[in-house]
Design a protein around this ligand. Structure first.
Ligand SMILES: *Cc1c(COP(=O)(O)O)cnc(C)c1O
Length: 384
């Protein structure tokens, strides 16, 4: 039986192996492993790609969020509105700077923040909103920026899963005050290790973030503020520079895979397929369906999603659950006094979501295998 992995980074490496090897060899031979012209070149090229004046490379998407919050002077006593349906880092960094994340429910159709519900969550302590362009799908930034502007709030875009996605023709990360990117290997632009970046049009914010990421130094050995060490190293910058040139092609391949899933799955009554919103172009970091029912559940205690996931697994098809627990129900936020059962949409969605194999190199044969297995899994009992 051929198996279909949820993701296969080795295939992508084969395509760029020669370029990457040459680049890595040259950096190793240069003796310059931290800082230097390769970092500056990558920052410039990435900024050009996103459409911003300033890019600051750093060590991870998590650090990017931390730098953004610090640069905006967000700290104890402040509230930051964000989504409960994201990777923990988004809320975690709000808490790490001493502020309080305020979770607003999501829209089931887009998995993104329900923008209409934001105004109700704004208090006099609210300083910022962090929209997350989840799974590659852009948030409606026009409506979000209108609310932020009228309440004088900063907007930090979490673009970790959406490098290259656009809202009304503009790349995400160029619309809010600061954009935060992750180059974790599984993201659309992934390094061979950890990496991240912040983007902004504001040179004062950029200067602050540059300072904070290098021990608060305004010049060598002169520290103005408490900072940290968050650098992108030269090897990762070199590899990212190469991969950036392929990013549009890879994103287009992801879009083709997503369209094909849509074509074969959207009419199945048991599931809901994800769809792009008008004005947005997703880069499909994940293709996430909602499984609402199955015809022949073997075990009625099992959620339909888990029944399908087990069926797919038995057929050698990998799938993932992003995310099983909404952030307001995470143990850490329970300990911090967050009440459960108050965000009904995200709580329901977490029981239904299943992310299917999606990567640029996924072949149509592999995809057919996934589609057939889903069609069977929704109507048959487990073949075990
Ligand atoms: C991956 C991710 C992050 C964190 O990025 P790292 O580079 O892993 O630190 C933050 N937010 C979201 C939405 C992510 O998917």
């Amino acid at each position: 039986m051929n198996t279909v992995p949820p993701l296969d980074l080795g295939q992508q490496y084969k395509l760029i192996q020669d370029e990457v090897s040459a680049c890595v060899q040259a950096i190793l031979a240069s003796g310059r492993y931290i800082g230097g012209s390769i970092i500056e070149a990558f920052e410039q090229e990435f900024g050009q790609y996103i459409g911003v004046r300033e890019t600051i490379a750093c060590n991870s998407g998590t650090d990017a969020l931390f730098l953004a919050l610090r640069a905006l002077n967000i700290g104890p006593g402040d509230e930051v509105i964000t989504t409960p349906f994201t990777f923990i880092a988004t809320a975690e960094m709000i808490s790490a700077v001493g502020a309080t994340p305020v979770f607003v429910d999501i829209e089931a159709q887009t998995f993104n923040l329900d923008i209409e519900k934001i105004p109700n969550a704004i208090t006099e302590r609210t300083k910022a909103i962090i929209p997350v362009h989840l799974f590659g799908q852009p948030v409606d930034m026009t409506r979000l920026m209108a609310i932020a502007t009228s309440y004088h709030l900063a907007v930090i875009e979490d673009c970790a899963q959406a490098t290259g996605a656009t809202w009304q023709g503009q790349k995400v990360g160029s619309i809010g005050h600061i954009g935060c990117f992750s180059f974790f290997p599984t993201k659309n632009l992934g390094a061979c290790g950890d990496g991240g970046a912040v983007t902004t049009q504001d040179s004062a914010l950029a200067q602050k973030m540059r300072m904070i990421k290098e021990h608060g130094q305004s010049s060598r050995y002169r520290s103005e503020t408490i900072g940290m060490n968050s650098r992108l190293d030269a090897l990762q910058a070199g590899i990212l520079q190469i991969k950036l040139r392929y990013l549009d092609r890879w994103n287009q391949q992801r879009q083709r895979v997503a369209q094909r899933y849509h074509q074969f799955l959207y009419s199945l009554p048991e599931i809901i397929t994800p769809q792009e919103i008008v004005g947005g172009e997703s880069v499909w970091n994940q293709y996430t369906i909602r499984v609402q029912s199955v015809s022949n559940p073997l075990n009625s205690d099992l959620k339909p999603r888990d029944h399908l996931r087990n069926y797919l697994q038995a057929q050698g098809i990998g799938s993932m659950i992003y995310y099983p627990i909404p952030l307001h129900q995470q143990p850490v936020y329970q300990d911090l006094g967050y009440q459960p059962h108050q965000l009904p949409v995200v709580e329901a969605v977490c029981q239904e979501v299943l992310s299917l194999p999606l990567f640029p190199e996924l072949s149509s044969d592999q995809q057919d295998q996934v589609i057939e297995a889903i069609q069977e899994g929704l109507t048959q009992t487990l073949p075990l």
